[in-house]
Design a protein around this ligand. Sequence first.
Ligand SMILES: NC(=O)c1ccc[n+]([C@@H]2O[C@H](COP(=O)([O-])OP(=O)(O)OC[C@H]3O[C@@H](n4cnc5c(N)ncnc54)[C@H](OP(=O)(O)O)[C@@H]3O)[C@@H](O)[C@H]2O)c1
Length: 246
Amino acid sequence: MQIQGKTVLVTGGSRGLGRATAIALAAEGAAGVALLARDEGALTAVAREVELCGARAVAIRTDVRDNEAVIGAFEQARQTFGSLDLVINNAGVGPHKPFHELSSDEADGILDVNVRGVMNVMRAAVADMNGRGGIIVNVASALGKIPLGGYSVYTASKSAVVALSRVARKELRNTGVKLLCFCPGMIDTAFQDDRRDELKQIPGWILRPPERVAADLLLIIRQERAESFGQAYLAILHFFYRLLAG
Ligand SMILES: NC(=O)c1ccc[n+]([C@@H]2O[C@H](COP(=O)([O-])OP(=O)(O)OC[C@H]3O[C@@H](n4cnc5c(N)ncnc54)[C@H](OP(=O)(O)O)[C@@H]3O)[C@@H](O)[C@H]2O)c1
């Protein structure tokens, strides 16, 4: 898909990868960007940055865990832009804790955003695009395919997003809706704030700025790649992980 002239909805658009992607899409010629997240002040600031890049922007305060709120946000985006061509299903949370240190509520909280929230957004996007066509990009994680430990329930949630994307891609084959799944490596965002000390030794090509990862995401959209890490070293790591894991 070419970005020029397209209308886009980005969840988790208030900071990090969502913000960087929204700005990159606007700079690439997107006509309109709807930004969804809970922090209204941050969303409004990102909307201004998107507008400075030449696109229309609307900030819609939404908790993706709330299905009715997601449906309402899609309706508001449609009223603003007419229709949506592209949805970046990006909102996610991930405390870096082993399974035995996570309380039941914390574990539910991760699954609520990363799985139920992703499904709420997918459902609303498919309802909007069915018959007309469009692209949904589910943002999973490299950990969803290479479960290396430390992120327990987060990893499980991202594996669920990878599996769900694979199945939905097949189920949507005749609807004109394409489902892509992006599995990035480490991104230097607020997501990593609970382990800053540990990360001091990680080189910049592994822990990358969100702008670099957003550039990978735009390439994946242009090339309509079904499932991608965006970085070659992760594809190689995945090959050896599968080889050794049997
Ligand atoms: N950072 C990494 O190393 C990394 C690696 C691989 C994959 N990822 C994935 O990339 C995506 C973006 O992460 P990031 O690194 O940009 O993290 P981030 O900086 O913490 O941003 C997360 C975004 O999700 C939004 N969000 C969280 N809970 C939400 C909810 N209930 N409803 C609506 N929005 C919600 C946040 O906005 P509000 O708080 O304003 O709601 C924020 O905009 C996530 O899916 C993450 O799992 C990250």
